[in-house]
Design a binder for this molecule. Sequence first.
Ligand code: DOR
Ligand code: ZN
Length: 346
Amino acid sequence: MTQRMTITRPDDWHLHLRDGAMLKAVLPETARDFARAIIMPNLVPPVVTAVDAAAYRERILAALPDGSDFKPLMTLYLTDDTDPADVAAAHADGLITSVKLYPAGATTNSSSGVTNIDKVMPVLEKMAAIGCPMNVHGEVTTPEVDIFDREAVFIDTVLDPLRRRLPELKVISEHITTKNGVDYVASAGDNLAATITTHHLIINRNHMLVGGIKPHYYCLPVAKREEHRLALRKAATSGDKSFFLGTDSAPHIDPNKESSCGCAGVFSATNTMACLAHVFEEEGALDKLEGFASLHGPAYYGLAPNEAKIELVKSAIPVDYPAHIETGEGPVTVFNPGYDLHWRVV
Ligand code: DOR
Ligand code: ZN
């Protein structure tokens, strides 16, 4: 039996598009289903100034397929030296939507990130005053802290103290992976929300490590134990407006993933809506998919939802999603949920 469902066209509130040939190859995969996306600034070199963001935005628009009306929502990469006035001007111009805080060393291309919150307080205070939100990669980088505990420790030692110090700052805790993150966000007030990735709703750390290491499931924050995945699924499918989709689709060419020191990142742009429909159907919550993918994000960012709709169709025969996409730099493996997908966007 064919099942059909129409929802408001979704947005991706956390996306890596890269640059050059990679940008050209991955952008259509997102623009096909999504109307807008928050574009991560962790290029090499990073997008740190308004001038950088304007130039990157132009490169994205130039790489769009003909006729696409996809809108990149630009971010700035916060460094210890970011100028509050530059952020304020870029936000007032509508050039940037938010600013991304990477703790230095937390993830891919984060070496120019923030070394100490105190150093960026003037910028954060300015952002709070002008209503510019902060996206945060919520992991500590302290070597003594176990990688599986880094998110929980960040909440206790960095995020909660910061939010008490500056409650007016609007924060998005990016790609939460733990029950601790879910509980913290659910109990916080209006100025905290969280994105959840597609893959963290589907894989736990066993999927990555049991029966041989699966480099294409390695990302940061790393997938946690099953109880955390279940907490994320519950949050995403609950209808709570504090949780919305940020795929964190992060392409790396296969040789850089299948390596003795593999890069972190899962590329899920190609089949994200199919994976989500599968998850929400499993949870008996297909009626909550539109909120998660299309409504809660714009509401939190103070934007209107998209006017356009998409139709999702479920067929008896599995959909043949590509195992990888070709880029000018090499193949990029598409996220494999480990089961057949029957949903597609038409
Ligand atoms: O897995 C990840 N990949 N996590 C991040 O935070 C960055 C991203 C990337 O840029 O590859
Ligand atoms: Zn990311």
